[in-house]
Design a protein around this ligand. Sequence first.
Ligand code: FAD
Length: 405
Amino acid sequence: MATSNPVIVVGAGPVGLCLALALAQQDIAVTLIEQLSDDNFLDQVPRAGSNHPATLELFDRIGLYERMEPRGIIAPKFAYWDRQGGTRIAEFDHAVIKDDTKFPFVLQCERIKIIEEALAMAKAHPLIEVRMSTTLTGFEQDADSVLAHVTNAAGESETIRGRYIVAAEGARSIVRKDLDIEFEGFTYPERTLNIEVAYDFKQHGYSERNYISDPVEYSNLFHWKGPPDRWRIHFPTDPNEDETALTRPEAMQARLKGFLPISGDYQICGCNLYAVHQRVAKKFRVGRGILAGDSAHVNSPIGGMGLNSGVHDAFNLADKLARILRGEADENELDRYERQRRHIAVKHTQAQTIRNKRLLEERDPTVRRRNHDELRRSAEDPELARKFLLRVSLIESIREAEQIP
Ligand SMILES: Cc1cc2nc3c(=O)[nH]c(=O)nc-3n(C[C@H](O)[C@H](O)[C@H](O)COP(=O)(O)OP(=O)(O)OC[C@H]3O[C@@H](n4cnc5c(N)ncnc54)[C@H](O)[C@@H]3O)c2cc1C
């Protein structure tokens, strides 16, 4: 049997790493298990990267923000566009929430950069034992402890003991399956095609972050720091078309030029196709096994809320586990974690990302016009704009969670 730290965290994604760092900062020792090795940890598909103000405050708490800022783009503004006619509907400026947060902007910094910096911090922390190339295969629990069964870096079976195990190993969580927790929700029929291009969209008036509504082909367009600087553009795809056809260079060029014609070809730097799910685990905790991040909830990336809300789970849970382990609170705190964070997953993250997609893909011209008028009104009125930004910056959801007993 291997070392015994009180908390075992499975998965060195953004959620597992933030949880481990937030616990260690409160003097709680952690064993962090990651299936990837040092050699392939950074070879992961591009994913999240829009980090909202509420999340930046949390990154700041563990000293991660200062490592991320130089690697990202500060984006105070974002815009909604109508592709029919190519007009900007509304632009929102986070400056209106400058009295609500130290970070009145989004930091465009990709998941891979966040986990690279956070992993380096975790490895340097004396209270975090990082076990790379170690895969969780199952776990058991009794009244006092958990036993995590892993295949270690040497390819051997090993058991690690702890008092709690936190599943931060993503949407295909083994812990969630072992606990027999239903992952309620649905998967959209269409997959999303993400194309990365080295092209300066700012010269056409685009902000760093853009949501483009269209009844035929809505999209999102985001700017990322290079070198080379890249823009990521997402399109919905026909469920009947296969991946090879969708990602043929000529097909992607045609799609990009349909969006914005340019002379010559776009310089495509990469692409990937992914399915989009809306699912929330029925429970976030069974005994000593606790879910956080994508293992507990997955949602459409429109609005960039998956990573953000997962990181919020991590900090909420870290504070509660630390209090329990210091003897200042009992395990009812873990039920409170579930009440707070599951409420946010259903009522905020899921509801908002479903709304975001509907807004962009709306086909009824009357509803489209009404939606666009409402966005315009919100952006032009400082009080409405503040309300809107408190919601999309996830400050409102953190405040609301705190009120749940
Ligand atoms: C294309 C795309 C774009 C996105 N854009 C955004 C965005 O802009 N903003 C946003 O907030 N969210 C976005 N998301 C969602 C975001 O990527 C996820 O919500 C976030 O990465 C979840 O973090 P996590 O730590 O819970 O899990 P993950 O990031 O999935 O990390 C899980 C970790 O666990 C490890 N692991 C898995 N199984 C095991 C095992 N058995 N044993 C040990 N280790 C294991 C994995 O190797 C991985 O390192 C996007 C998602 C996609 C697909």
